[in-house]
Design a protein around this ligand. Sequence first.
Ligand code: ATP
Ligand code: MG
Length: 546
Amino acid sequence: MAEESRNFIHAIIDDDLATGKNGDKVITRFPPEPNGYLHIGHAKSICLNFSTAQKYHGKCNLRYDDTNPVKEDMEYINSIEEDVRWLGFEWDARLWASDYFDTMYDAAVELIKQGKAYVCELTADEMREYRGTLTEPGKESPYRNRSVEENLRLFEEMKAGKYADGEKTLRAKIDMASPNINMRDPIIYRIAHATHHNTGDKWCIYPMYDFAHPIEDAIEGITHSICTLEFEDHRPLYDWVVNNVGWWPNPPQQIEFARLNLTHTVMSKRYLKALVDDGVVDGWDDPRMPTIAGIRRRGYTPEAIRNFCEEIGVAKANSTVDIGMLEHFVRDDLKDKVCNKNVVIDPIKVIIDNYPEGKVEMLPIENNGNVPELGQREIPFSREIWVDGADFMEEPVKKYFRLFPGNEVRLKAAYFVKCNEVVKNEDGSIKELHCTYDPETKSGSGFTGRKVKGTIHFVEATTAVPIKIRELDYLMDFGEDGRAVTNPESMKVITAYAEPSIKETKPGDRYQFFRHGYYCADTKLCTEDELVFNQIVPLKSSWKPE
Ligand code: ATP
Ligand code: MG
C-alpha cells in the first residue's frame, strides 16, 4: 500500500504538528450511528480515520453516535465491530456519545448563563417561517430576549418533563441574519419523551447533532474530526459550539472530504434497510449488498478494499467512482492469492472415442499459472468429460478457435482433442460430441509437432461434482430521474460441474473457476451435500486503470 501518500488532510495535520497546535497528538474517530449495517462508504471513512491515526502514531476511537433515543440493536453494534476489525483496524477506545449527556446538558446551561441560548416556543412551522431563505434574512423569535433566569428555569423544566414533545426547544442565540442558515439560532436541544437504550428514562430532552457532535469530539480530545462534505456549512456552528462553551483550550477541528459514491450503488442505511425489510434481498449480508457484511460474504478481501480506498484518495469535491474500479482492486488482490479449480458451466458431454474405456489417469495441473509457489494438484481424465457450453460452436463465428466440428484444441493439462461428430437429442439439442485424442500431445511431454489455437478446460465425467453457483449482477441502479431502482435479475442460480478436489472446500474459500471468474464458497449455504458459491468478480473488467 502507498504508505507515503499524503492527502490534503495529512497536509493539514503536518501543519498542525509543525506549529504544535495539538502538541504531538493526532486523535481521530469513526462515529457511526448504530442504526444499520456499515456500507462501503463507511469503509472509506474507517480507512481514512484509522490509517491517518496509524500514519501519525496517534489514536482512533470507535464512537457510537447514539444521541437519538432509538432502540439499541445489538445486531448493529456487533456488526459494526466485526466490520471494522475485518477491515484490519482496532480502535483505541470504544465510546458512546450518550455517556456525555450530562456534560452536554451542562454545556447548554453554560450557554444560557452566557446569554447565548434561549428557550423558544415557536412551533416547527413557525420556526420554518421565521428562518428566512437563502436570499432573505430570518426574523428573531419573540422568545429570544428572555432573561437568563427565565431560560434556566424553563430549560430545567424541559429536563424535568414538564412539557410535551415539540412544545419548547433550546436554541443557540447566534444571528438570524446570517447568510449561513445553520447559524440562524439553530435548535440545540429538543424534547423527546422516549426511552434511550443507555440512559433509559433519565432524559426527555436530547441534544441535536450539530450541538452534540463537537462536544463529543472535544471531550475525547479529537484533534481532527473528519466528516463528509455535507457538513461544510455546519462547520461555523461546530466552531461556535466549542468556542462558546469555552471549556476546551484546544478545540477539535472539523475537516470535510467528499463522500464515496459508487455507480450502481445506493449508500444509505435507510435504503439498504428497506431492501432487507421488504425481502428484496436475503438479509444485510446478502452478497449483492454494498454492506461490508455483504461484500465479505461475497468474497471481497479487506486488502482489496483498503487498496481501493487508498487509491481513490481524499477529494474535496463530490464525484462518483466507477464500481468497476472497486472490482478491479478485488481481482487484482485475488489473482495471485487463490488457486484455480476446473468448473464447467452449461456442460456438454464429450466422448473421446479412441481413449481406453474404464481408464482414468491423474494429470498434474498448476494451481495458479502466475504463482508457482501455489503448487500443483491432480485432476482426473478419462474417456468421458464435460466441457463448457461456450467452448463449442457447431457453426463457428470468425476467430472462434475453440471446439467445432473438424477443429482440434488443447485440453488444458491433458491432450489435443479433435471434434469429429455432433450427436443430437430428438429436440435438436446437443447430446454429446465425439472426439479423438492424440496421445503424443500429452501436456508436459514436450510435444512440438503442431500447434492449436484454442485451449479449453474440462471436468472428468464420472468424478464431476455438481455445485451451485450464484452468478451476481448489480442489484441496484439509478433510474433516469435519479431515483433508485432494483434489478430483479441480480442473482442467477445455476448448477455446474466441478473437478473432484472441490470437495475439500470450506465455507469462505475462494477460487478462480478457471476461465470463468472468482468465486467464494458461501458461509451460510454450504452443506455436507452441496457446495454453494457466490461470484466475487468476473475475470474481465470493463474498467481500465489509467
Ligand atoms: P447513512 O446515510 O448511510 O446512514 P450516515 O453518514 O448517516 O450514512 P453514520 O453512521 O452517521 O452514517 O456515518 C458514520 C461515518 O461514516 C460518518 O463520519 C460519515 O461521514 C461516514 N460516511 C457515511 N457514508 C459515507 C460515504 N459514502 N463516504 C464516506 N464516508 C461516509
Ligand atoms: Mg446518519
